[in-house]
Design a protein around this ligand. Structure first.
Ligand code: FAD
Length: 310
């Protein structure tokens, strides 16, 4: 069995692996796709000490650092069930989709999250070519340009306010008949001179030319009229879904499906820790996931050294 088994190989899992391995204990990482969301990222310009890199380069560097240590990397492995220890201090089991079972004294859950897609023509085609999901990450790439934000909940309205300070113009489109964000955010948004808001607006297409976004088409759900807005970027803000469906019933999750953790990364299950985008920690970013991964590994080590000698 492992001392620390990490499920998920994104920035959180990689940081947890490095910190755990440096304690000289048995560490394994099971990941569906090592590197995680970073693989789908173009420019990364906000990881501290790295002026600029790209996703695949960053993912390769994560893996190289983990491989530098004696860590058992099990790539292309999907976990689909967690079995808590049957007795205090006992082994925790993780069942894999391929039928195998891994056993460990502690488990760190770092399965990340995925952005919900709008599923309209153009979205996949222009991903990273004008279609973006993270205003903190990609907002500055659209400086002085025109963008749209799809979604009028808190994240959409926050994104629109944030982007309005950087870009030339923001068009926010919301499917429902009203913005669902907090009133204070809505009034802030409405006070901005370079923002246009459309409610009852169903996005039907993201258009482009020469491999880049050039517009967003929406249908007014009341009049049925279709409108094409010319712009250079589209931020999809209709939800971030944590990859925690497989943990339902075994680990406490928030109403958004995020693993509930305390300040040290403990879940409600003894010996089970969590870090990164799959947890309740706010602001889903690489630097935050990496910090929390290292924190969870140190907490797991703390737990291990407190186990009674048998
Ligand atoms: P993830 O990166 O999501 O990794 C999760 C890991 O778990 C993966 O290895 C996955 O395969 C694995 N996994 C999932 N489910 C299972 C399972 N059941 N069994 C086994 N393994 C599983 N952040 C920034 O700071 N700067 C940026 O510029 C930036 N740009 C971004 C651009 C895009 C397009 C996207 C999508 C995100 C961007 N982010 C950026 C956000 C950043 O990528 C995430 O915050 C970060 O990757 C979270 O790390 P994580 O380790 O928690 O999860």
């Amino acid at each position: 069995p492992f001392d620390v088994l990490i499920v998920g190989g994104g920035p959180a899992g990689a940081a947890a692996a490095v910190y755990a391995a440096r304690k000289g204990i048995r560490v394994g990482v099971a990941a569906e796709r090592f590197g995680g969301q970073v693989n789908d990222t173009m420019a990364i310009e906000n990881y501290i000490s790295v002026l600029e890199t790209d996703g695949p380069k960053f993912a390769a560097a994560l893996e190289a650092q983990v491989r530098h240590y004696d860590v058992d990397i099990m790539n292309l492995q999907r976990a689909d069930k967690l079995l808590p220890a049957s007795e205090p201090g006992g082994l925790i089991e993780v069942q894999l989709a391929n039928g195998g079972t891994l056993k460990s004294k502690t488990v760190i859950l770092s399965t990340g999250a995925r952005w919900r897609n709008v599923n309209v023509p153009g979205e996949q085609e222009y991903k990273n070519k004008g279609v973006a999901y993270c205003p903190h990450c990609d907002g500055p790439l659209f400086k002085g340009k025109r963008v749209s934000v799809i979604g009028g909940g808190n994240s959409g309205v926050e994104a629109a306010i944030d982007l309005a300070g950087l870009v030339a113009h923001v068009t926010l489109v919301e499917f429902a008949d009203a913005l669902k964000a907090d009133a204070v955010l809505v009034s802030k948004l409405k006070s901005l001179p370079n923002v246009t808001i459309h409610v009852n607006a169903q996005t039907t297409e993201i258009t482009g030319t020469d491999g880049k976004v050039n517009g967003l088409r929406y249908k007014d759900r009341v009049s049925g009229v279709e409108t094409l807005v010319e712009l250079e970027g589209v931020f999809v803000q209709i939800g971030l879904v944590p990859n925690t469906e497989w943990l339902k019933g075994d680990v406490n999750l928030s109403r958004f499906g995020e693993i509930e953790i305390d300040a040290k990364g403990h879940t409600n299950v003894p010996g089970v820790f969590a870090a990164g985008d799959c947890t309740t920690v706010p602001y889903k970013q690489i630097v935050i996931a990496a910090g929390d991964g290292s924190k969870a590994a140190l907490s797991a080590f703390d737990y291990l050294i407190r186990q009674p000698v048998v």
